[in-house]
Each structure stands twice: as C-alpha cells, then as structure tokens.
Design a binder for this molecule. Structure first.
Ligand SMILES: *[C@@H]1O[C@H](CO)[C@@H](O)[C@H](O)[C@H]1NC(C)=O
Length: 309
C-alpha cells in the first residue's frame, strides 16, 4: 500500500508539472504541444506566432490560436512561392542535394566553396565556434567592432556553384548578440557586378533590404512600411529565408517560416526595374554607424527552390 500511494502521488506530481508551465517557461506557439497555462500568479503571454511565455501577472490564461493567427504577417499577394514550407522541416545543409550548397559547420567545411569573401582594412573576425549553435555544436561566429571599416563577410565567392538558373533561395539561422538599433547595418550581402551590392540588414530597428547603387531601402522607412517588417532582438535564433529572381528582380523574405510583407517586392520606392545578378553571397556584419555586433550563423544553405526552416 505504501508503494501504491507513492506511485499515486508521483503521478499527481507529474501531472501538475506537465499541466502548467513554470515562470518564464514556454506555454504556447506554433508547433508547441506542452502546457498552455501558467502557475498561479503568472500569465501566458503571446510573444509572437511561435512563442508564448509565462510572465508575471495574476490571470491564468491560455494562448489561443485566434490570437496567434492575428499576429502573423499577411502573405504578400504577389509571392511566387505558393507551396507552404513546414517550419519543422529539418534541412541542415550538411548533406547537400543536387542544386543545394550548404554547411552546418560540423565536421570539415569545404573551403573551396565556403570562405571569407570580403574584409575591410581593420577587419573583423570569422571563426568556427562552439559557444552557440542552432544545431549540433558548431556555428560560424562573426565579430565586428562596428563602423564601416570593420566589416567582414563569409560565404560563397562564386555563385555559379548554384548553376545559372534564375532563382536563388537562401536559408540561414542567425543569432545577433545585440538587438538591431535605429542605425543602418548589413548582415547579408551579394555583390552585383552591375549595381554594386545588394544587402539585407537593419534600419529603424527592423530587418531591411538595401542596395548600394542608389541606397534604396525596403521597407522605405515610413512607420507603416516598417511595421510590415520585423524587429530583431538580441540573443535569439532567427530562421531567415530569402528568394531573389535573377530574371525579374523579385525579392521575397521569410522569418521563422512567415512571409514578411514589407520585405517582399514590389514596393513603391524600391521599384521594379532593379534586376541584380549577383556573383557571390555572404553573411557577416557591417555597420554604417557605430554598431558593434557578434553574430552566430548556422545551418546555412543556398538552393534554387525554397529550403524551409
Ligand atoms: C523565431 O524563432 C525563435 C526560436 O527558434 C524564437 O526565439 C523567436 O522569437 C522567433 N522570432 C519570431 C519573430 O518569430
């Protein structure tokens, strides 16, 4: 009987643990199958479609799917990718299939494909690191002390490795030590021999695209346009995906699998006549103010169709 009551008590204890999330624990979000209520004194609060967290508060509520779906960005009307990609798909890029090149930084990285492609006078550093990883134990660590002359980018020096088809798709996980500020920064770049450099970075605290030829930005900087992009927090893994068509110039962007409307063409001030044909591609850090950052990148892949997160 003593044994039975111990088992019974253990079962009750286990069900209490499973039934309610602990303070600051996850309590909801797309793909979440755990507890959706918090312990007494804590409230389940939606951070974004993928993550709800128990924060201090009196109510004990459940994160509803209604709340989650209203916070998702609206898919752009002109997107060319109609097949939704599951956000749980695992594609580490470590074993490239045909038309896909990638690395997860575990084991030996093929240095004939992946290398530092751009550095400036003072340089920054690019190292394979084990302090943070999205999968496995290794990632690429970029350190830049800020200011233009400390930029550094690591990636593919010759995009011909993807073939000459019109579509370039990329997928990478990025973890920025410092959240994006109001200042202009770049973390992804492609050199377009005709129009100089096409870059993805930040401005006004949100993710943006920028082209060096005329310094156009997307979103265009207006509050409503910025609201259709996404703020980037520090110390958080983001799955960033992009698509560039070398025949139409179309650009699409996804974060954690959701389309970002203000980072998808057409956009009024970006125009439709810009058709880049980049020769290389890289991830790193460059700031045009004085924004230092340390960035970890992992599970990087480029392909000719969407790769997913
Ligand atoms: C993206 O996913 C990560 C977890 O992988 C999460 O911490 C982050 O908040 C998510 N961001 C957005 C904007 O959905």
């Amino acid at each position: 009987m003593a044994v039975l009551s111990k088992v019974f008590l253990a079962l009750i204890a286990a069900s209490v643990v499973v039934g309610q999330s602990q303070p600051y624990g996850q309590c909801g979000g797309q793909g979440w199958s755990g507890a959706t209520t918090c312990t007494s004194g804590w409230t389940c609060t939606v951070s974004n479609p993928f993550y709800s967290q128990c924060l201090p508060g009196t109510a004990t509520t459940t994160a509803t799917t209604t709340t989650l779906s209203t916070t998702k960005s609206t898919p752009p009307a002109t997107t060319t990718s109609t097949t939704p990609v599951s956000t749980t798909t695992t594609a580490t890029g470590s074993s490239p299939s045909s038309g896909v090149i990638g690395t997860d930084f575990e084991g030996t990285v093929d240095s004939s494909v992946w290398s530092v492609i751009v550095t400036a006078q003072s340089g920054g550093s690019a190292t394979i690191d084990t302090t943070k990883a999205h999968s496995g134990t290794h990632s690429l660590k970029i350190v830049s002390t800020g200011g233009y002359s400390n930029h550094i980018f690591y990636g593919v020096s010759n995009l011909n490795a993807l073939g000459s088809g019109s579509n370039i798709y990329g997928r990478y996980y990025a973890n920025f030590l410092n959240a994006f500020t109001q200042d202009h920064t770049t973390h992804m770049m492609m050199t377009d021999p005709v129009s100089q450099t096409l870059r993805m970075g930040g401005q006004f605290g949100v993710l943006d695209w920028n082209r060096a030829s005329d310094d156009s930005i997307m979103p265009d900087g207006s509050p409503s346009s910025n609201a259709g992009s996404i703020a980037i927090a520090g110390n958080t893994w983001y799955c960033i995906e992009f698509h560039l068509s070398r025949t139409t110039g179309q650009i699409e962007t996804w974060v954690n699998g959701s389309a970002i409307s203000s980072l998808t063409t057409p956009q009024t001030r970006w125009g439709s006549s810009y058709i880049p044909n980049p020769s290389n591609w890289g991830l790193g850090w460059e700031s045009y103010g004085s924004d230092p950052n340390t960035v970890w990148y992992d599970d990087i892949a480029l392909g000719t169709s969407r790769l997913g997160c």
